[in-house]
Design a protein around this ligand. Structure first.
Ligand code: BTN
Length: 255
């Protein structure tokens, strides 16, 4: 389908949102985050979306390629003045928006993996570039199967529901929800979305491993702080870790 029609299909399902008012639709690109970084002159709220991503970026140097159009690869350009320390929290806001939009009993593995059961359905990568924020969202929508090395930790909406979903419609729902969650966060900080985030976050109550500067620290996840940090108990006592500085693994598997 030509990109003009795809763009309009998304726009048809959008509420009156800032995010997505301007859409750059690409059939193939290296990474929608990279395209966004090269397009910082575009207006606030521009959404870059691609059918196929050949050199997609994941967190912590990982990759997120999408060889076939079975999912959503999109990046939102945010030009609001957000304090540097709050930028990682956009990731948490995006995770919440995705959960609201896709349903399917999805939950959040702190800080920003959206999971269904014990498998990941969506990854989010938020980056800063020249004072702008780029929030990249990858969702496995109609993926039928994954490579063996991912099979035990990745899933898709199709695999969970047995139904194919309209990718453009889901993208529009995510943007609508992102608008609502982001506005609340922009006005009231993380505190404004904390209760809902906590209710969807599966990490507290679990034994986890905190990975910080290559060091693996066993911990018990206790709560999400008013600042969006993970409150953990380690051998050293109770401390709060921020999403920008650590990665978290389940003690007994991915979640
Ligand atoms: C992760 O879980 O490691 C984050 C994955 C983020 C993937 C998305 S897909 C759209 C956007 N463009 C990229 O290159 N990465 C993000």
């Amino acid at each position: 389908m030509m990109s003009f029609f795809r763009k309009n299909r998304i726009k048809k399902s959008l509420s009156d949102t800032v995010f997505g008012k301007n859409i750059v639709y690409m059939h193939v690109c290296d990474s929608t985050n990279k395209v966004a970084k090269r397009s910082l002159d575009m207006p606030h709220g521009t959404v870059f979306i691609a059918d196929i991503q050949t050199n997609g970026k994941g967190r912590l140097g990982r990759t997120w390629d999408a060889e076939k159009k079975t999912g959503i690869c999109m990046s939102i350009l945010i030009k609001d003045d957000i304090p540097v320390c709050n930028a990682p929290l956009i990731t948490l806001a995006a995770g919440l928006a995705v959960c609201r939009a896709i349903g399917c009993n999805s939950m959040i593995k702190w800080p920003n993996d959206v999971v269904i059961g014990s498998k990941k359905v969506c990854g989010i990568l938020t980056e800063r570039s020249d004072g702008n924020i780029i929030c990249g969202i990858g969702i496995n929508v109609n993926t039928k199967s994954f490579a063996p090395e991912l099979a035990d930790k990745a899933t898709s909406m199709y695999m969970e529901t047995g139904e194919k979903h309209d990718i453009d419609y889901i993208a529009a729902l995510v943007l609508n929800e992102f608008e609502a969650v982001y506005s609340a966060f922009y006005e009231g900080g993380f505190e404004a979305i904390r209760e809902e985030y906590r209710s969807l976050c599966i990490t507290p109550g679990n034994d986890v491993v905190i990975i910080k500067n290559g060091e693996h620290i066993p911990a018990y996840a206790m709560d999400i702080s008013p600042e969006g940090e993970l409150v953990v108990r380690t051998d050293e006592g109770i401390t709060a870790v921020s999403s920008g500085e650590v990665s978290v693994r389940g003690m007994y598997g991915y979640v």
